[in-house]
Ligand binder design. Sequence first.
Ligand SMILES: Nc1ncnc2c1ncn2[C@@H]1O[C@H](COP(=O)(O)OP(=O)(O)OP(=O)(O)O)[C@@H](O)[C@H]1O
Length: 266
Amino acid sequence: MGETVKRHGPGTQEPVLAAKNVVRRFGGLVAVNDVSFDVRPGEILGLIGPNGAGKTTMFDLLAGSILPSSGEIYLGGLPVSGEAAHRRIGRGLGRTFQIPRPLPNLTLIENVMLAAQGQTGERLLANFLTPWRVAAEEKAAKKKAAELLELVSLTRLAYEPARVLSGGQRKLLELARVMMADPAIILLDEPAAGVNATLLEVIIDRIRDINESGITFLLIEHNIDMVTRLCHRVLVMASGELLCEGTADEVARDPRVIEAYLGGVA
Ligand SMILES: Nc1ncnc2c1ncn2[C@@H]1O[C@H](COP(=O)(O)OP(=O)(O)OP(=O)(O)O)[C@@H](O)[C@H]1O
């Protein structure tokens, strides 16, 4: 029972991430128009919508890659709209990209370790640690990276260079990399794109495992099967606005959503 409550996140808890009346303009174009929503702790929230709806712009705003024209983004209850991505990541936000680009000639384990290195490096300098403690930190990072590769079913390839990976395996590696910084919430940009059917099952299972360990997800996805199977709740954007929210089945039946998708195709 306890697990179930954690998975869906009690409604009274502080949202992990929230947008309040967020607007983003590019010149005369309003890409995100007065969008507000909460991401509840422990949930997997889907963000769907036709091409050009404003989903990627919303992700960029949440992650701090771009700043809102107006409105606020809250991370763990605190406003962060003026803070860029590197500050947010240190405070529990992780993001994967549609096309992951690991360093091709480094091994998988090195790629995962590197995801912590910025943080570790700063800490080492700040604390004037002695060399043996640096070595100990590296050893700890390697152990953690190995555990994360196991978590994403890539142990077999841990000492291979990243260039040997398929598109789907790169997505799994990206998941391990982002986990290295101990995020509270992970933004996933189209985890199913370019992935074969077998690996898609692995990715779905691994996201579910990680979510069940207490990590919240927000994902953009065009693969509706994946959204239906994974997401506790779905937000639909169209023409920069938040059209509706509900379970995958609820939004799929909503006439406004059907119209938005047909409009997008026409
Ligand atoms: N840097 C930019 N400069 C100008 N216009 C932009 C910029 N980024 C996005 N846009 C415009 O904002 C709108 C929303 O784009 P966005 O990429 O957020 O949509 P999306 O829902 O992610 O689409 P897709 O599913 O195709 O990735 C589009 O009209 C797009 O052309």
